[in-house]
Write a protein that binds this ligand. Structure first.
Ligand SMILES: CCCCCCCCCC/C=C\CCCC(=O)SCCNC(=O)CCNC(=O)[C@H](O)C(C)(C)COP(=O)(O)OP(=O)(O)OC[C@H]1O[C@@H](n2cnc3c(N)ncnc32)[C@H](O)[C@@H]1OP(=O)(O)O
Ligand code: FAD
Length: 664
């Protein structure tokens, strides 16, 4: 059966040009070509083999990760890959590793918070990987509450040094990726103390290990925090702990682009907002949003192909059974996830633009859009990672029993992905940041300050607070204005209700704590509006290719109407729509599922994933699932012998009743 495309019929049904859709998904022809070339390069290199990851011990997995990283670095140099190509290479190798934190957080922290001189010195070492760094912020006792970190950096004017110290056990750094066994350096976040005064959290570059023999430097205790969820999965990463016992570093290793300490120990505050010390988190949250569509699309690709291969029930007189993808229940679970993958792709593109824009403005000392950039990156990171983690698990269930096998690719994908709901900011804590931003914006309505950007809709409060949806028939739900108005009205009404309830409290902070759950829901409604509006905006762009726009249009309205259905309580209780209009939205949704159905396999082919990257027997391009499930089963170490180890000690005595007591 090798070589036969079991999904050929599905592919022939497609009503659009997959090659054109691939370009839209990738973002540009250039991005597509780079991704395609690098994905094939990785897939063809035996060092990047990953099908046996679950069977390796932690030590073997970790060593093989070091090997892959070293080989990748060698290939990057040999092939003279540029930054974009090197990034794609790491992405397609698809194994969490210290390099993610080195390139993803250590280098950006120095770029964002180091002076020009510091950048010159440290980046030239980091870019050549002559030093390897991590981002050491979280402590055993404090992660979300950054202001509560306990590690101290006390300036000693006698020696012109900072003394980095871990005063308590809870002050131990705990979680930083790459710290446990690899990093030679870290950007350590600590309370800056000079002249006896605490100036809060600042970043410091601290060397941790010898560049000669890799042993920890004196007065530094460092190690791995232990095995994490899932076989293989995130265990290739050495998340670590770290304690300092009065470790001295030169003054110029404080990252001083924002604020400084002089030779005399005087603290010179920054003339820019102090929140810029959180800048690396804004950057990484933006990359995490871009990455959500990768993880979700991967799971959806597996579940869609397998749903087209898998057949259950419906056979008459010995005929073939129904493909499970034809069941409306399967479509109702799968197609919104397919639509979400595309939605997150486009909102990720937009967020990248927003981040670039705010970075340029900050460079020109324009800080006006920083709060919005913080709210958008925090809120969208939270929204997209929650939906993606839930979506991967749903895809596992969509694949029935076989989805639970490691070789489906889904258990490992889930275990690798789910911590994204926690790292780089717990998802609830992040939505509360959005809620604070919304409450401020609502409070300013009527003050003459016109809301802009993603809150511009709040400027139309007079209309949005009293409007009623004009939808009269199912097709009206394909009107972008109708959809946007419903989402805007819902988001605004939920935010305004929260603000009104807050105003009943004398103490605003106490009121905020009391209303936390409602505030999170209002923040989610606002973030969903952003995603819907950016998908609609994408459709307004000049998108070529046979049938491509039609498919995107269908997916956009599946995304929006599915959300409307899922959060119907919000839409009805805020009187944005009537029960009749909700029912029309459902009718439209079913019709859209029917339109997407013949295109579903082609829509996931457009992700252009290699079988190597998917690493899934169920998601194979050729759909040749059953023989490959057997092949995988035979590879399991339990099948190395026909009679298992332990038979003579533990099975035979039971079977032969030798363990029975004499009385029995
Ligand atoms: C395409 C390829 C992609 C590959 C993607 C992979 C990338 C690599 C992944 C690697 C894997 C894992 C990495 C994980 C790394 C980490 O987890 S690092 C640790 C991250 N830690 C956190 O995120 C902690 C979360 N906590 C916080 O961010 C803050 O403490 C919190 C915002 C919750 C609260 O801050 P406070 O200062 O205590 O409190 P407030 O009073 O609420 O805020 C004060 C004002 O500051 C504003 N603010 C807060 N944060 C920011 C920010 N980041 N930027 C700008 N402004 C910010 C806030 O709005 C307040 O403003 P106001 O005074 O109201 O005007
Ligand atoms: C795989 C992984 C990799 C990581 N990598 C790094 C790294 O490289 N560097 C680094 O510095 N850190 C890293 N971290 C740490 C990570 O950033 C923190 O775990 C994260 O910020 C959450 O903080 P926490 O663990 O303190 O959670 P907690 O704040 O203790 O959360 C526990 C619960 O309390 C709730 N909660 C907390 N505060 C509030 C509040 N104000 N209001 C309402 N509810 C609240 C949360 O919603 C959650 O349900 C990593 C974590 C993981 C899991």
């Amino acid at each position: 059966m090798e070589g036969i495309d079991h999904l050929a019929d599905e592919r022939n049904k497609a009503e659009f040009d997959v090659e054109d859709m691939k370009i839209v998904w990738a973002g540009s022809r250039h991005a597509f070509e780079v991704s395609d070339r690098i994905a094939r390069l990785v897939a063809s290199d035996p060092v990047f083999e990953k099908s046996n990851r679950a069977r390796l011990s932690r030590k073997e997995l970790f060593k093989s990760t070091l090997r892959k990283c070293a080989h990748a670095f060698k290939r990057i140099i040999e092939l003279r890959l540029n930054e974009e190509e090197a990034g794609r290479l790491r992405h397609f190798i698809d194994q969490p590793a210290y390099v993610d934190l080195h390139w993803g957080m250590f280098v950006p922290a120095i770029k964002g918070q180091g002076t020009e001189e510091q950048q010159k010195k440290w980046l030239s070492l980091a870019n050549k990987m002559q030093i390897i760094g991590c981002y050491a912020q979280t402590e055993l006792g404090h992660g979300s509450n950054v202001q509560g970190l306990e590690t101290t950096a006390t300036f000693d004017p006698k020696t012109d040094e900072f003394v980095i110290h871990t005063p308590t056990q809870t002050a131990s750094k705990w979680w930083p990726g790459g710290l446990g066994k690899v990093s030679t350096h870290a950007v350590v976040y600590a309370r800056l103390i000079t002249n006896g005064k605490d100036y809060g959290i600042h970043g410091f570059i601290v060397q941790l290990r010898s560049l000669e023999d890799h042993s920890p430097l004196p007065n530094i205790t460092v190690g791995d925090i232990g095995t994490k969820m899932g076989n293989g999965a995130y265990n290739s990463m050495d998340n670590g702990f770290l304690m300092f016992d009065h470790v001295r570093i030169p003054r110029d290793q404080m990252l001083m682009r924002l604020s400084k300490v002089t030779r005399e120990g005087e603290y010179v505050p920054s003339d820019v907002p102090k929140q810029l010390v959180y800048g690396t988190m804004v950057y990484v949250r933006q990359t995490i949003v871009a990455d959500a569509s990768n993880a979700l699309s991967r799971a959806v690709c597996i579940a869609t192909r397998y749903s087209a291969v898998r057949r259950q029930f419906g056979a008459h007189n010995g005929g073939i059974e129904t493909q499970v993808i034809d069941y409306k229940t399967q479509q109702n679970r799968l197609f919104p996830l397919l639509a979400s993958a595309y939605a997150f792709r486009f909102v990720g593109e937009w967020l990248k633009w927003l981040y670039t824009d705010v970075t340029e403005r900050l460079a020109a000392s324009d800080f006006a859009t920083l709060p919005e950039a913080h709210a958008c990156t925090a809120g969208l990171k939270s929204l997209t990672t929650t939906a993606t983690a839930d979506g991967i698990e749903e895809c596992r269930k969509l694949c029935g029993g076989h989805g639970y096998l490691w070789c489906s690719g889904l258990p490992e994908l889930f275990a690798v992905y789910v911590p994204a709901c926690t790292y780089e900011g717990d998802n609830v804590v992040l939505q509360l940041q959005v809620a604070r931003f919304l409450m401020k914006t609502v409070a300013q309505l009527g003050s003459g300050k016109v809301p802009v950007g993603t809150t511009a809709y709040m400027g139309r409060a007079a209309h949005l607070l009293q409007c009623r949806s004009g939808v009269q028939k199912a097709e009206d739900w394909l009107n972008p204005d109708a959809v946007l108005e419903a989402f805007e009205a819902r988001a605004l009404r939920m935010a305004v209700t929260c603000a009104k309830n807050l105003s009943k409290f004398e103490n605003q902070e106490q009121g905020f704590q009391e209303l936390l759950a409602d505030l999170v829901e209002a923040a989610i409604a606002h973030c969903q509006l952003i995603v819907v509006s950016k998908f609609i905006a994408k459709l307004e762009q000049d998108i070529g290719g046979k049938g491509v726009k039609k498919q995107l249009n269908n997916l956009c309205y599946i995304y929006a109407l599915y959300l409307l259905h899922k959060h119907l309580g919000d839409f009805l209780s805020t009187n944005c729509i009537t029960p009749k209009q909700a029912s029309l939205a459902n009718d439209q949704l079913r019709s859209l599922y029917t339109q997407v159905r013949p295109n579903a396999v082609a829509l996931v082919d457009a992700f252009n994933y290699t079988d190597h990257y998917l690493n899934s027997v169920l998601g194979r391009y050729d759909g040749n699932v059953y023989p490959k499930l057997f092949e995988e089963a035979w590879k399991d170490p339990l099948n190395d012998s026909v009679v298992p180890d332990g038979y003579h000690e533990y099975l035979r005595p039971v079977l032969k009743q030798q363990l029975r007591t004499a009385r029995l």
